[in-house]
Design a binder for this molecule. Structure first.
Ligand code: PBG
Length: 327
């Protein structure tokens, strides 16, 4: 063996913490984190979510506080989910100007002003008594076009309440287009749309359905959300349609199990790509940490770094405030 062997020594750049920090190509910044938050109508104390330790259903007051803390930590945005006291087949509370989500949007905008981008999830599942994302046909399937009319109205109600971005998550065909047209026609041409473009029919949403009280009472979402076994090309078709319909930013959801889709989106589109680290991803790490099986902080950081390295520009994560403080 020659004296120079090995010629290449990658370990040289890993030798000290300062070297590793300097050459690390992937960094997290608080401004690219978005905090999902739940607000429930008619409760006087925040309610813990059993399957998401550390996450609560907020009261109006505790939501204000959480938004202020996120803003102070430098978090980029907050996305609100509302849980109404009364649900019905149309999800009437979703576009009621006095519905919980609209009330909470006004509260949070009042609380944080422009220091945090305040956004709303635009869907019906938290608001329908059957837990489905739209209007049902007689046979119990989600009626695409009847649901689109509802989404348009919901998005306008959210923008009227001060939402600075709307995020349609229902996976109806044409949802971005109808929402763009409705916003434009109602004086909200300047409100951007963050489209959940590739959203999979995922088991990783399990804990969210406790948090948002929106588990479907029968059936599932597999006629509208994508099949986890679907091809990357199917995801690309969805994102191209959303962009053609006017999406300003796009999302992949869940995150960690779909890093390949995040990377494809980053390569193929010219708008910001967001990834949603969903409730099941949160619950897995919290549960393993509670058992003492993993190093919680390192695992949270590593999962976020992986999502970033895959190509995400924005990350929705329930740890947003904690991580922003630590950075
Ligand atoms: C639909 C919506 C869901 C999530 C975000 N928006 C639930 C679903 O599609 O069933 C899941 C988020 C998570 O699991 O953290 N309004």
């Amino acid at each position: 063996m020659s004296a120079q062997f090995p010629v290449a020594r990658p370990r040289r750049l890993r030798r000290t913490p300062a070297l590793r920090r300097m050459v690390a190509g992937t960094r997290l910044h608080p401004a690219e984190l978005i905090l999902p938050a739940f607000v429930k109508e008619g409760i006087s104390e925040p309610q813990p979510v059993a399957s998401m330790p550390g996450v609560v259903q907020h009261t109006r007051e505790s939501l204000r506080k959480a938004a202020r803390e996120a803003a102070e930590a430098g978090v980029g945005g907050i996305i609100l989910f509302g849980i109404p006291a009364v649900k019905d087949a149309r999800g009437s509370a979703a576009d009621d100007p006095d519905g919980i989500l609209q009330v909470a949007l006004r509260d949070v905008v009042d609380e944080v002003g422009d220091s945090l981008v305040v956004m709303a999830d635009t869907c019906l599942d938290e608001f329908t008594d059957n837990g489905h994302c739209g209007i049902l046909t007689a046979s119990g399937d989600v009626d695409n076009d009847a649901t689109l009319e509802r989404y348009a109205s919901v998005a306008v109600a959210q923008a009227d309440a001060g939402s600075q971005m709307v995020a349609p998550s229902g996976m109806m065909d044409g949802q971005v287009g109808v929402i763009r047209a409705a916003l434009d026609a109602s004086g909200h041409a300047d409100v951007p749309i963050l489209a959940y473009s590739a959203k999979y029919a995922s088991a990783f949403y399990g804990p969210f359905r406790d948090a948002a009280e929106c588990a479907p009472q029968f059936g599932d979402r597999s006629t509208h959300q994508q099949d986890p076994a679907g091809s990357q090309e199917e995801a690309l078709r969805e994102v191209r349609l959303d962009l053609a319909e006017g999406a300003d930013a796009v999302m992949v959801k869940p995150a960690l199990a779909y890093l390949d889709v995040i990377t494809r989106f980053r390569d193929e589109v010219d708008v910001p790509v967001a990834a949603y680290q969903v409730s099941g991803e949160y619950a897995m790490i919290e549960a393993a940490a509670a058992n003492g099986w993993i190093d919680r902080e390192r695992m949270i950081h590593e999962s976020l770094i992986a999502i970033k390295r895959a190509g995400a520009d924005l990350i929705l994560t329930y740890w947003a405030t904690e991580v922003a403080r630590a950075l």
